[in-house]
Design a protein around this ligand. Sequence first.
Ligand code: GDG
Length: 466
Amino acid sequence: MGRLIVVSNRVNPPTGRGDESVGGLAMALAAALREYSGLWFGWSGRTAEEADGPPTISCADGVTTAVVDLDEQDFDEYYNGYANKTLWPLFHYRLDLTAYDRSYGAGYERVNRRFAATLRPLIEPDDLIWVHDYHLIPLARELRRLDVTNRIGFFLHIPWPAHQLFVTLPGHRLLVQAMFDYDLVGFQTPDYLQAFEEYVLSEAAGERLAGDRLRAFGRTVRTGAFPIGIDAKEFGELLTGRRATHTRDVMAASTVFKKLIVGVERLDYSKGLEERFLGFERFLADNPDMRREVLMLQIAPVSRESVDAYQEIRARLDALSGRINGEYADIDWNPVRYVNKNYRRDELAGIYRAAQVGLVTPLRDGMNLVAKEYVAAQDPDDPGVLILSRFAGAADQLRDALLINPNSPEEIADALKRALSMDRSERIRRWRALNENVQREDVAAWRDAYVAALMDVAPRETALAS
Ligand code: GDG
C-alpha cells in the first residue's frame, strides 16, 4: 500500500517521552502513523489573522505532520459553533444544549473546503486517506470535487444518535449524503452502526447490500463497527516507570486505611460528572459506617472553556463538590478531592493503579478509553473494580465490569457499595475477563482491522460517479 494519510481536527502528536498530556486518540493516531509511515494533517490548535496559506510541515518521533491555523471566524463558527455546540451535544443526546445556527453550518462547510484544498497537493496516487471524527464529515465530498479518487475512510469516535434525534438537525440529509463520498464508514459499536443504517434505510430510501455495504444517494459505501482500544503494551510499560510508581506511592500514602475511588475525564457534560457526584453523595448518606473508609478523587481538566455549557457544568461541579465536603468532611478527612489539573499519562497510570475502584459513568460515550486504561493499570493479584456506564461504547466489550445506569444516583451508590466490599476472588475473576479484552482488542487491532477493510474496497475509477 502507499502512505497512510490521517486527517483529524487537531494534530497534537505525543512527544514519546511518557510526559504527554494529550489524550488517547492522539496516542492512537500517532501509533498508527508510525506503523504505516505517512502524514497527519489537520488544525494546529492555533488561531491567526490570516489562515489560508500552505500547511506547516514538520517531522518528529517518526511522524510527519502538516498543520494549518484557523482564523477567528473559523474558530467561532466551525470549531466552537458547529462541532462543539451543534454536533457534539446532539450526538450525545443533549438536544437541550444543541444550537442550530446557519453561520455555524456555513463555517463548517468553509473549513472542510479549505482543508480539502490545502491537503489536495500533498496526496499521492496510492495514498490511503483516513478521516477522523465529526468535525470533518464533508471532507471526502470536498476532496472528490477536487478529483481525488484515492480510497478515503471515515471513523466516527462519538456515538451516532438515534434516528428521531438525528432528524432534528437542519440539513441532516446533506450530512449523511456526504458520508457516501467515503469508501468506508466506521463506528465504535454495532449499535451506532445500526442507528446509522436505520436512518439510511428509512429516511434516505437506502438499501442494505451484501458485503457490509449500504446504498443510497446513488452511491455505495462499506460500513463496519471497529471498537477502538488503548495501546495496552505502552500503558503497561508506563506503569513500571519511575514517575508512575512514585505517583502510586504518593496516592497510597495519602489514602492509608482508606479505599480510593477514581474518576478521570475532560470536564464535559457528556461524562456524567454531576450524576456521579450525586451518586457518591447518596453512597455517603446510605452508608455511614463506610464513610471514613473512602475517598473519591475526580480529575477533570477543563476543556472547551469558551462554550457556555462548559462554564456552567464547571460551576455546578464546584458547588456540588463543595456541598458534599461541607456536609460530610471532618477535621481530619474529606470525602471528595476534585482537581481541574491535567496530569501526565505516566502519573495517571500510577493513580489508576492505586485506586480500588474506577468510576466511569458517562451519560453517552463513543467508546471511553479511561475504562480500558483503568483495567490495564491494575495489579493482577489484587485488582480494583471497574464501575462502568452501560451507555459507554466500552460497555459492549467490558461486560464483566459492574454496569450501571449513570442517570441513577441510587444505582451508582449501590455499585460503589458492592465494589468496595467485593472479595478478592471475584475481583480477580472479573478483572481477568476485562483485561483479556483490553489486551486483545487494543489500538493495533483497531487500526489494522480498519486499514484492512479500507484496503479491501475496490478503488474508484472516477471521483464523482460510482
Ligand atoms: C473521544 C470520545 C472515545 C483525561 N484526563 C487527562 C488525560 N486524559 C485522557 C485519558 C484518555 C483520554 O484523555 C480520554 O479519552 P476518552 O475515550 O475517555 O474520551 P474523549 O476525550 O471524549 O474521546 C470517546 C475516544 O474519542 C477515542 O475514540 O473513546 O468516546 O468521546 O486517554 O487518559 N490524559 C492526561 N492527563 C489528564 O489529566 N495525560
